[in-house]
Design a protein around this ligand. Structure first.
Ligand SMILES: Cc1cc2nc3c(=O)[nH]c(=O)nc-3n(C[C@H](O)[C@H](O)[C@H](O)COP(=O)(O)O)c2cc1C
Length: 290
């Protein structure tokens, strides 16, 4: 069991506390945001205090905090006060070095898009441009600003409503949905660490819909809980499918050769948990169907 170090945010200055915040909640998606000022000059900056919070209405929130250095609002925030529109892009690995350039706190009015050598595409319903080469682009309108304070580092939540979603064709699956295996996007971790979303790091785990379909952890036989073969995601799939006569599992004997049996069960996961359970029940002499 871990032992824990417990911290009280109130006893830290911003610069010492910030690394704990960004190091603890990982990975964070990155909103790469274009805005324009009243004179139409574009701005581009990354924000990892970002996520979506509602599907319908489609709401995203990102937070350009009051600058820890100058105590001033960031240009993205100022621009949204002048022109309440933006485009949020998800950053592909290929554009990471350019994204890093656009984080520089340039003078207001400096065009980070040009500085990073990026090309733009016109947006459909908002004025800020889209950044070419990004897999996901969300045109959005400002709905509300929720200020969390006026001291340096205080978050300024830009609550925006997505009005157009553009998806690069090459990231779509056969149903036309974004396929994470094709996206090669990045997320922010603590310090200067990033995560690259690669197919080999992904796993698929179906969400159980109905509690009566689920097997509770304490009903799971010990050999499965302690399996040397089945992964955490495999166990997740077994738990999400309650076999017939599950109540008999607790009193069943341990299989004589669990590794072999678990390997055979694994061949049916994640898509056919019912077959994996049928194998297990057969091996233990339990009835297979209801
Ligand atoms: C990956 C990444 C994520 C960042 N996330 C945030 C954030 O969530 N909030 C913030 O205020 N600054 C964040 N920054 C720093 C801003 O990008 C930086 O202050 C930028 O200059 C703001 O640009 P602007 O003044 O043009 O709006 C982040 C920087 C990087 C590289």
């Amino acid at each position: 069991m871990s032992t824990y170090r417990t911290l009280d945010p109130a006893s830290f200055a911003l610069k010492d506390w910030h690394p704990y915040m960004i190091g603890s909640v990982i990975p964070r998606p990155i909103a790469w945001v274009t805005t324009i000022d009243a004179q139409g000059r574009p701005n581009l900056a990354p924000f990892s205090y970002f996520n979506i919070f509602s599907s319908k209405p489609p709401i995203a929130v990102f937070s350009p905090s009051t600058s820890g250095r100058t105590g001033q609002p960031k240009d993205t925030h100022k621009n949204l006060l002048e022109v309440p529109e933006c485009v949020i892009h998800i950053v592909p690995y290929a554009l990471v070095p350019r994204m890093n350039i656009t984080t520089g706190e340039y003078e207001h009015g400096i065009n980070e898009i040009a500085k990073a050598g990026l090309e733009t595409l016109p947006s459909e319903v908002v004025r800020p441009p889209r950044i070419a080469g990004t897999p996901v682009q969300m045109e959005a309108r400002l709905r509300q600003i929720l200020s969390l304070g006026d001291t340096p580092g205080a978050g300024q939540l830009m609550i925006v409503e997505i009005v157009r979603l553009h998806l690069a064709e090459e990231i779509l699956d056969a149903k036309g949905l974004p396929d994470p295996r094709k996206m090669d996007v990045v997320a922010r971790l603590g310090a200067f660490w990033y995560l690259r979303v690669r197919p080999e790091n992904l796993f698929w785990m179906k969400q159980p819909r109905n509690p009566t379909e689920v097997l509770a952890w304490e009903e799971l036989p010990q050999d499965l809980r302690e399996s040397r073969i089945l992964t955490a995601a495999d166990i997740g799939h077994l738990l999400a499918y309650r076999p017939a006569h599950a109540e008999l599992l607790v009193s069943a004997a341990t299989p004589p050769n669990p590794d072999t049996l678990h390997r055979q069960m694994q061949a049916f996961l994640p898509h056919e948990p019912e077959k994996a359970w049928a194998l297990y029940c057969q091996a233990l002499g339990l009835p297979v169907s209801s």
